[in-house]
Design a protein around this ligand. Structure first.
Ligand code: NOJ
Ligand code: CA
Length: 702
C-alpha cells in the first residue's frame, strides 16, 4: 500500500499545490499561513507538500512515522525515498522523534538579482517555500524547504524560545538528515572520499552509488532513468561541513565533521543550519546551468565591492613545483626582487593584471609543510624588496598578488593577520592567495588554555576561521583566494571578496606526477567540484611534458585542451600558470589566454556527459564577444554545436584553436591548428576533439 504522504494531496480546500504554484509571481512574495496541511491515515499525523514553480519537482514532508521524513518526486517518479530528518543535541536529546507538524507557512518568490562578478550578470531566484514548525509540546523547531525548478534546499531552524532559556549553549552531537536514493546498484556516482588525509584533493571515483562509503559533497549521481542529481550544501557558516556516510545501501546520512573534542557543532538557540541541497536535472548540462547554490545564499553583506576585481595573473609558482626554483632561500630562491620585476614586465607586455609571488617571506626553509609555526607574514627574505616591487608594479600597472602559506598553523596566522593584511594594503596588494597545507585533521590551533588542538579543514572551527580571514581582508579592500580551503557553498554571493578557492586536484598534481590528473579529471570537475563555485585550477601549461612524454610527471592533455579550461572551469581570476619562456615560444596559441576574459554576462552549458565531455559558451561582460570551451576525456569525440547563443543577425569572426588531425595527449599533444571563420547564430560547428583534447573559440563580434 502506498503511504498517504506519497500521494499528491489536495491542499488549500481542494486546490492542488502544483497548479496553484505554477503561476510566476514577479517580484512578489505571498504567504498563506496554515495552508497545505493534510491529515493522513495515522491519527494526528500530518503531511505537507510543495512543488517547484514548473511543477516537475514535488516534495512532501510528513510526521507519519513518528519523526519528520521527506520524499521527492521528479516528473512523477521518486528520486529520494522517504528520508529521515532531525538533529541531536547533548543538552536536549533528539529534535525530531516524537515531534509533529503543528503549523505550516508558505510563500513564493520570483525575483532577479545582480552579481558584481560571475558566470552571469542577472540571476533568477524563483521558488516555492514552506516552513513547517514541529513540536513535541515542550520545544519547537522549523524545517524550511525551497523548491526551485533546478532542485531543492532545506534547512533546520531552532528559534529562541521559552523552553531553551536554561540552555544558552547547544552542542549538536549528530544530524539525522538522510538522502535515501532508490536503486543504488543501478545509479552511477562521481565522488571523492569524505574526510580523508588529502582534504578534497583526490581523483574522482566513478562507481555505482552503493559503493560509496563516505563522500564529500558535491556528490553527483545519475539514476538508471537518466535523472542527474547532486547533493551539496549552501551557506555553510558557523556550522560543520556535511560529509555523506552510507549505511544501508542507498541511505546516505549527513555526517558532520567534528571538533577535536567530538562535538559536531557548538551553537545557541536562534540558529539556522546551512541549506542541504539537491540539484535535479534531466541531463548533465542541466546541472551546470543551475544557480541553486547561489540562490540559497544571503545577499552581499559588504556593500560597495567595486574594489573586487576579476582578472588574469601570472606568477612565481610553477617553477617551484617543477623544482627549478625553491620557496625557501638559497641559490634557486624564486621570490627575488629581480625575478618579480621580470614577471611584472611579462605581465605588462601581455596584459595580465597581477603577479603572484610565493616564498617571499621568512619560514620556508626547512620542512615547511610540517612547521607553519615559524612563518612570518611580515618579514621578507633579504632578496625580496616589497616596497621596490610595488613601486615597479605601479609604474607598469601590474599588481603584486600576495601569498600566505600557513601550513595549517592557524593560530600563528591569526596572531599576525592584522599586521600581515595591513602590510599588503600599504603596498597596494588587493588579492591574497592563502594556503592551508596540512594533512586532513591536522590543522593546529592553540586553544584558550594554551593547549594545541588538531582540527579538520571542514569542521566548524575552520569554517569560521576561513571566513574570518575573508572578512578581515574585506576591511582592507583585499580579496581572498583560498587554497586547501573549506569547500565552496556559494558564500561569494554574501562575501564577494572570497574570489576563488582550490578545493580539488588542480594543475599542481601534473608537476608532481603523484599521479598526474587523468584525462577524464577535467571532464568530471564541472559536474562535481565546480557546482560549488569558482576554482583556482591554474590552467594554461604549454610545456606539457618538461621531462619528456614518457615521464609520469606530465600534463595528460593536448595543448588546446589547456586553452579550453579557461572557459570550462569558471573562475573570476585565472592564472597563466606556465613559465614565461614557454609562452613566448607559442605566441599564436598564447593569444587565446591574452584574449579570454574572466567575467561574464552569461554562461551556457551546451553539451556534455559526466566524465566524458563538456562544452560551455560564455558571453564577455560589457562586450559583445562570446567564448567557447569544449573538452573530452581520453576518447576522441566529434560534437556538433549550434551557435544559436550568438546574437541573431550579427556576424562574428570565430577564432578557433583546435586539436590538429594527429593530436593525441599521450604521443602528440602539441599538434594544434588556429583558424578563423565567419559565423552567425544560424550556423553550427562540428568540433573534433583529440584523445584528451579540447577546442577554444573566441567569437569576435564584427
Ligand atoms: C599548495 C597550493 O595549492 C599551491 O598552489 C602552493 O604553491 C603550495 N601549496 C605552497 O603554498
Ligand atoms: Ca593544493
Amino acid at each position: 500500500m502506498t503511504p498517504s504522504y506519497l500521494q499528491p494531496a489536495a491542499l488549500c480546500a481542494g486546490v492542488d499545490t502544483r497548479a496553484q504554484f505554477n503561476k510566476p509571481i514577479i517580484g512578489l512574495t505571498y504567504a498563506l499561513a496554515l495552508c497545505g496541511l493534510t491529515l493522513s491515515s495515522m491519527v494526528n499525523a500530518k503531511t505537507v507538500q510543495v512543488s517547484s514553480p514548473d511543477t516537475h519537482i514535488y516534495i512532501s514532508l510528513t510526521d507519519d512515522s513518528g519523526h519528520p521524513e521527506y520524499h521527492i518526486q521528479f516528473n512523477g517518479k521518486t528520486v529520494i525515498n522517504p528520508s529521515k530528518l532531525g538533529l541531536v543535541f547533548a543538552q536536549l536529546g533528539e529534535l525530531g522523534s516524537e515531534f509533529t507538524i503543528k503549523n505550516v507557512t508558505r510563500n513564493s518568490v520570483d525575483q532577479t538579482w545582480q552579481q558584481p562578478w560571475g558566470e552571469r550578470e542577472n540571476v533568477r531566484d524563483h521558488y516555492n517555500r514552506i516552513v513547517a514548525t514541529l513540536s513535541n509540546g515542550k520545544l519547537d523547531f522549523d524545517i524550511e524547504f525551497k523548491a526551485f525548478n533546478d532542485g531543492i534546499g532545506f534547512r533546520y531552524v531552532v528559534p529562541k524560545q521559552a523552553g531553551l532559556t536554561s540552555t544558552p549553549k547547544l552542542d549538536i552531537t549528530d544530524e539525522l538528515t538522510e538522502f535515501v536514493i532508490p536503486n543504488p546498484q543501478q545509479t552511477t556516482a562521481w565522488w571523492i572520499p569524505g574526510r580523508g588525509w588529502n582534504r578534497y584533493e583526490y581523483l574522482y571515483r566513478t562507481t555505482t552509488l552503493d559503493k560509496i562509503d563516505r563522500a564529500h559533497t558535491p556528490m553527483t549521481f545519475r539514476t538508471a532513468d537518466g535523472v542527474h542529481m547532486s547533493i551539496h550544501e549552501a551557506a555553510l557558516t558557523d556550522y560543520a561541513a556535511m560529509v555523506l556516510n552510507q549505511g544501508r545501501d542507498g541511505t546516505l546520512r549527513a555526517d558532520l565533521t567534528p571538533w577535536s573534542d567530538g562535538i559536531r557543532v557548538k551553537t545557541q538557540p536562534g540558529f539556522s543550519s546551512p541549506w542541504r541541497t539537491i540539484q535535479i536535472a534531466n541531463d548533465a548540462p542541466g546541472l551546470l546551468n543551475s544557480d541553486l547554490i547561489l540562490n540559497l545564499n544571503e545577499p552581499n553583506k559588504l556593500g560597495d565591492v567595486s574594489w573586487v576585481q576579476p582578472g588574469k595573473y601570472v606568477g612565481i609558482w610553477w617553477g617551484m613545483h617543477l623544482n627549478e626554483n625553491t620557496w625557501g632561500s638559497g641559490p634557486k630562491h624564486g621570490a627575488t626582487t629581480s625575478e618579480t620585476k621580470r614577471y611584472m614586465d611579462f605581465a605588462a607586455q601581455y596584459g595580465f593584471d597581477g603577479v603572484l609571488v610565493e616564498g617571499w617571506n621568512e619560514g620556508w626553509d626547512g620542512s615547511w609543510f610540517h612547521n607553519g609555526d615559524v612563518f612570518s607574514f611580515t618579514q621578507a627574505y633579504p632578496d625580496f624588496d616589497m616596497e621596490a616591487i610595488s613601486q615597479y608594479g605601479k609604474s607598469k600597472n601590474v599588481r603584486l598578488i600576495g601569498h600566505h602559506e600557513t601550513s595549517g598553523s592557524v593560530t600563528n596566522y591569526r596572531n599576525q593577520m592584522s599586521d600581515a593584511y595591513d602590510l599588503y594594503k600599504k603596498h597596494g596588494v588587493t588579492q591574497i592567495k592563502t594556503g592551508y597545507v596540512a594533512d586532513g585533521g591536522d590543522i593546529k590551533r592553540i586553544d584558550e588554555n594554551g593547549i594545541t588542538r588538531h582540527e579538520w579543514h571542514d569542521g566548524q572551527f575552520m569554517v569560521n576561521e576561513y571566513l574570518h580571514s575573508v572578512t578581515e581582508a574585506a576591511k582592507r579592500g583585499i580579496s581572498i583566494n583560498t587554497h586547501e580551503p573549506i569547500k565552496d557553498t556559494g558564500l561569494r554571493r554574501t562575501y564577494p571578496n572570497w574570489i576563488a578557492r582550490e578545493g580539488a586536484r588542480g594543475q599542481e598534481f601534473n608537476a608532481w606526477g603523484s599521479p598526474p590528473n587523468t584525462p577524464e579529471h577535467t571532464a568530471i570537475l564541472p559536474y562535481t567540484r565546480m557546482l560549488a563555485g569558482p576554482m583556482d585550477f591554474t590552467p594554461g601549461i604549454f610545456n606539457l611534458a618538461p621531462e619528456g612524454l614518457e615521464a609520469i610527471n606530465r600534463v595528460n592533455t593536448t595543448l588546446t585542451k589547456q586553452l579550453a579550461l579557461y572557459v570550462v572551469l569558471y573562475s573570476p581570476i585565472q592564472m597563466a600558470a606556465d613559465l614565461p619562456r614557454n609562452y613566448v615560444q607559442r605566441l599564436d596559441a598564447f593569444q587565446f589566454i591574452q584574449d579570454v576574459p574572466t567575467d561574464w554576462n552569461d554562461s551556457i552549458a551546451l553539451a556534455g556527459d559526466i566524465g566524458d565531455y563538456v562544452a560551455f559558451a560564455r558571453k564577455q561582460r560589457d562586450a559583445e564577444d562570446w567564448y567557447l570551451g569544449a573538452l573530452t576525456d581520453e576518447k576522441p569525440r566529434k560534437i556538433s554545436i549550434k551557435l544559436d547563443f550568438l546574437t541573431p543577425g550579427k556576424q562574428y569572426q570565430a577564432q578557433i584553436y583546435r586539436d590538429g588531425e594527429k593530436a593525441d595527449w599521450l604521443s602528440n599533444p602539441y599538434d594544434y591548428v588556429i583558424e578563423t571563420q565567419t559565423v552567425t547564430a544560424t550556423d553550427s560547428l562540428t568540433l573534433s576533439l583529440a584523445p584528451s583534447g579540447g577546442t577554444a573559440i573566441r567569437f569576435k563580434a564584427l
